[in-house]
Each structure stands twice: as C-alpha cells, then as structure tokens.
Design a protein around this ligand. Structure first.
Ligand SMILES: Cc1ncc(COP(=O)(O)O)c(C=O)c1O
Length: 378
C-alpha cells in the first residue's frame, strides 16, 4: 500500500465524519452461487422476447438525454397500476432513489421519519444520510404492526413521514387494513405524510391503492411507492411514486432531471407491453411460495413465517438466547453458502430476527436446491 499523501488526508477530512463512520451497503459476491438473497425474480424473458428487446434497445438514441419517453413510461405505469383520479406519478431510479428523494424533500429542521422495525433498511439510512431523526417502532411478537405503539410514537415524535412496507421486508407480513387506516388518520391529523411501499405488490393479496381509489380525496397525504424490481426488472432500476398530483409536483422538484436512463425507460416500456408474461411469472412465484412454505414447515427445527412477498423468513434457531441463535443462524448460512446457495442472514438486523434467515422464492428447481442445502446445513 502506498503512503497516504497529505492532500488526500486533508480531502478525506472534508467528508462528513458520520459518513466516514458508516459501513457501505454491502452487496455480497455471488459468483458461482445460486442467488436467493435479494428477492429477484428467477425467470428471464423467453428468448424471442429477449431478441426483440435487444433490437428495440439498439434503436434508442443514446446520444440524446432521455426525453418524452419518460412521459410515455409514466402514462404506461399509471395505466398498469390503475392510478387514482387526481393522482400523479413520478419516476425514480429504483425505489431506493425515491426513498432518498423523500428524505430530501422533507428535510426541514427537526423533521423525522418513523417506521416499524424490523423493516426495509433504506428508510433509516435515508434519514441518517439526510440528517433527519429516525424512530423505529418494534413490531408485535407475531410480526404484526403494534398499533398502540405506532400511534403513541407518532403522537410523541410527530414524524414528517411514516413508512409502511406493505408487504413488509424481511417478514413478508401484510398489515391489517384497519390499523393502516388508523395510522393514516393519525398522520392526517398531524398534517404529515404516510408512504405505503408496495415493492412486493405482485405477490400480495391486497393493495392499498384500492383504498385510495375508493376515496382519493380523503388520502391526499398518503403516497404509494412501487418498483419494477420484484416484478422482474431488478437490473433495470425503475421505481415510481404515486400520490395527490399537488404533492407529487412538489416532491418531483428534488428529482435530478434525467434520473432514469433512456435504456431503463425503453426496457420498462417493453416490459409493460408484455405485462401478461410478468403476471404469469408472478403467479408461478406465488405457487412456488406455497410449496416452499409447506416444505419448510415440514422440516424439523425450522419455523417459516407466513409471507405475502417473494421471500420467506425462516427461524432456524430458537433457544431464546439471541446471541446463541444468531451464531447458529450464521453457521446455517455459511453451510448453505458452502453448498453454493446464497441466502440472507438477517439474524443481526434486529433482536426479533435472531436465528432467522430470509429465503427468496425461486423456481421449483432453485427451491429444491435451496431446501436441500438448508436441510444439510442444519
Ligand atoms: C420494501 C422495499 N422497498 C423498496 C426496495 C427497493 O427497490 P428498488 O429495487 O426499486 O430500489 C426494496 C428492495 O428490496 C424493498 O424491500
């Protein structure tokens, strides 16, 4: 290693100390492994469609900034989602970007973000990066929302923004509709926002958009976020945020003008023209989820939790000693990796998850390989 020049030492000192103290978001190396760690769709497009897509992308004028096709994509997504009357839609380079933009848009002195825990890590990270407060409200023991605790925390902290991942990651839980309604009412009463993050909507039995469509006027403070990642385009990076047109117009001001590449846009338009193909894939994944849950439930020493997403949270160690359970889950995780299957060890993410692994629902052969690796690693 070469010595650190004084200019670099000085330059590094200009980077925020809290950022220097952070760990970077780690994407594990999956070379040679069956990738079951990130809730990706296991299915690719049929070869004929891949060929057509390639030809179509070849026609894109990549010498130009992305233009009117972004409007075409917004219109296609609005049709696809069934956008409520009076609502508008903005695009993000994945939902991750939208989560960052929401923190940026709400950054006034004293503002904070609140979410149940465990849930999607980017809610907290976006608050931290933007210098906003973050309040995590533990879920109930069965991973349902602790409504009383959520309402008390909203009352106490008055968060600008409440996030509900619906269904939740990593637990796969779909929240009780009446509880969501009361949280929405609590945020409305304080003049604050609620975001329903429906990343896993293709695999869920309910969407909150039905509530919005039934009475959009009563829900002008609620935003619904979706992504094409779990739909089958994780590599393309397209997320979208829907809400009252007046609210979306304000949030859209903090979006970089060309945040989606012309290739992302064209690829997403192509995918939406073939939405039936992706709907069939989602149906296959839902069927595989049921089979995976049955197989896990039949495995001694494993407790799977019900899921409305394309992942299953499974407890593989349950001694009641969180540290011992986390160690045991790490051993199972490593055993699976040695057998060429990469899952996500969520054991240390939250005390309630000690002893838990998160398994992506794959195709039938992938699930069989994952189950065999799990069985052999227990
Ligand atoms: C609840 C939730 N929201 C959003 C995302 C991120 O989606 P995207 O790939 O669009 O950035 C994820 C990714 O796992 C997620 O679990």
């Amino acid at each position: 290693m070469t010595s650190t020049p004084p200019e670099l030492i000085a330059a590094l000192a200009r980077i925020r100390p809290d950022v220097q103290g952070m760990h970077a978001y780690a994407v594990p190396d999956s070379t040679g492994l069956l990738k079951m760690d990130a809730m990706e769709n296991p299915y690719r497009l049929p070869p004929a469609l891949r060929q057509t897509l390639g030809e179509r992308l070849g026609q894109v004028a990549i010498n130009r900034y992305p233009g009117g096709r972004a409007d075409d994509l917004r219109a296609a997504l609005a049709r696809h989602a069934g956008l409520p009357a009076g609502w508008a839609l903005m695009l993000g380079n994945g939902s991750d970007e939208l989560i960052g933009l929401l923190a940026l848009a709400c950054d006034v002195p004293g503002a904070s973000i609140l979410a149940p825990a465990p849930s999607f890590v980017m809610y907290q990270l976006s608050a931290q990066l933007q210098g906003l407060g973050f309040h995590a409200v533990p879920l109930a023991a069965d991973f349902a929302l602790d409504e009383a605790a959520m309402l008390a925390a909203i009352e106490r902290h008055g968060p600008a923004l409440v996030y509900l991942a619906h269904p939740n990651n990593p637990t796969g839980t779909l929240w009780d509709a009446a509880t969501i309604a009361r949280i929405a009412a609590a945020q409305a009463a304080r003049g604050a926002l609620l975001v329903l993050d429906e990343a896993y909507q293709p695999f869920a039995t309910r969407t909150w958009l039905d509530v919005a469509r039934a009475d959009a006027a009563a829900h002008s403070h609620v935003l619904v976020m979706r992504t094409l990642s779990k739909f089958g385009l994780a590599g393309v990076r397209v997320g979208y945020l829907m809400g009252d047109a007046r609210l979306i117009a304000q949030i859209d001001k903090v979006r970089p003008p060309y945040n989606l590449s012309a290739l992302n846009i064209e690829c997403a338009l192509f995918a939406l023209e073939h939405a039936d193909e992706f709907a069939a894939q989602a149906a296959a994944i839902r069927a595989q989820r049921a089979a995976l849950l049955d197989a896990l439930a039949a495995m001694p020493g494993v407790r799977p939790y019900p899921s409305e997403g394309n992942m299953v949270l499974a407890r593989v160690a349950d001694s009641g000693d969180a540290q011992a359970d986390a160690h045991a889950a790490q051993r199972v995780f490593e055993g699976m990796r040695a057998r060429k299957v990469l899952v996500k060890n969520v054991s240390t993410m939250h005390p309630m998850l000690a002893g838990c692994l998160r398994l992506t629902v794959g195709s039938a052969p992938e699930n069989a390989q994952m189950l065999a690796a799990l069985q052999d690693s227990l």
